[in-house]
Design a protein around this ligand. Structure first.
Ligand code: ADP
Ligand code: MG
Length: 326
């Protein structure tokens, strides 16, 4: 067996759960559920993403840290099928500078740990030589016509966010030496960055409750802008309603905490809209999933995203999110 196929067989071929034919042949055979739509979604990780040259973390082995982050995050990021779908299959395109079986074994352990958590089969992929780079595509299923898209919000809907957005951005700011986090706050923010929790159960449970949904990958205000635009509405965010407490407890630099919550990505929390009639059901869902759901504003006619204080006066906003080409 050639080194390439030995590598694939050793690290990436496992028994399939529900798939008739997995990696190894010319193509896989999947068995879709009748009456469901398929939802492909891709996530990519290359070493040092969002960390410009010369601004890599100091004092540790940057390559090793990047590698750890990649293997922890790749599959988790891909299975975030937030339209409410249930993930079923993933493919993995892997580019490696060299064959390092220890690294591959650790990566595969993390990858399949995630695959097991979400019940997905790795059905194929590609393995090439080159700079370290991963591209994972996840395919989920959702009952036909049930997908919650960005454009479904209605005027009067509440705007909601899950969990604690901003922690991953604070973790990255710490790695970049821009802030210093201490103790458990440090550990939580680094975990949010390196092991984001895709809100798969919440996304599926929001079917029939949410009118529009997106996950916050690039920044809360930037991603809310996508919902507003797609829905043909404006969004008003009440600054005082945002979940500030944990970020201010983690970081004494108030400006950094603001930037992390308003413009930080990488937590993959769900941002969604729901009519006021859904409030009780959302409170019950939050309790059932043991996951905070915070109402942070409302959709109204108009356009754009405004941040306002308690008196309704518009507040200035710096950065709204991350742009790969900015
Ligand atoms: P091709 O020649 O069409 O590119 P390959 O010879 O590269 O196919 O791959 C052989 C088989 O191994 C295919 O079924 C492919 O899907 C699978 N495969 C390759 N790399 C990976 C990987 N990293 N993870 C899972 N399956 C893989
Ligand atoms: Mg190939």
């Amino acid at each position: 067996m050639t080194p390439e196929f030995d590598l694939i067989r050793r690290h990436f071929v496992r028994p399939m759960r529900t798939t008739p034919l997995g990696p190894g042949d010319d193509c896989a055979l999947i068995r879709p559920s009748p009456g469901h739509d398929r939802t492909p979604r891709r996530a990519r990780g290359n070493a040092g993403r969002r960390q410009p040259a010369g601004r890599r973390p100091r004092g540790g082995d940057a390559e090793e840290r990047d590698g750890r982050r990649l293997r922890a995050a790749a599959a988790r990021i891909a299975v975030r099928l937030e339209v409410g779908a249930v993930p079923r299959w993933v493919t993995l395109a892997l580019s490696l500078p060299q064959v390092d079986h220890d690294w591959l074994a650790a990566f595969a352990a993390g990858f399949f740990d995630c695959a097991d958590t979400f019940g997905v089969d790795l059905i194929g992929g590609d393995t090439t030589r080159g700079p370290l780079n991963l591209c994972v595509t996840a395919f989920g299923e959702i009952a036909a016509g049930r997908a919650i898209r960005r454009g479904g919000a209605r005027a009067g809907d509440g705007i909601w966010i899950s969990g604690q957005p901003g922690r991953a951005a604070l973790g990255l700011a710490d790695l970049l030496g821009k802030v210093r986090l201490h103790g458990s706050a440090h550990d939580e923010c680094i975990a949010a960055l390196e092991q984001p929790q895709p809100r798969v159960a919440l996304g599926a449970a929001l079917q029939g409750l949410a009118t529009a949904m997106i996950d916050v990958s690039d920044g809360l205000l930037a991603d809310l802008g996508h919902i507003a635009r797609a829905s043909g509405l404006g969004a008003v965010v009440d600054d005082a309603a945002l979940p500030w407490a944990a970020l201010h407890a983690a970081c004494t630099d108030g400006a950094a905490a603001r930037d992390a919550l308003l413009a930080g990505g990488d937590d993959y929390e769900l941002l969604f809209c729901a009519p006021p009639e859904a409030d009780d059901a959302l409170a019950a869902l939050s309790a059932r999933l043991a996951l905070p759901l915070t109402r942070i504003g409302a959709m109204q006619s108009g356009d754009g995203v405004r941040l306002v204080d308690a008196a309704g006066a518009e507040l200035p906003v710096g950065r709204r999110g991350y742009d790969h080409f900015a």
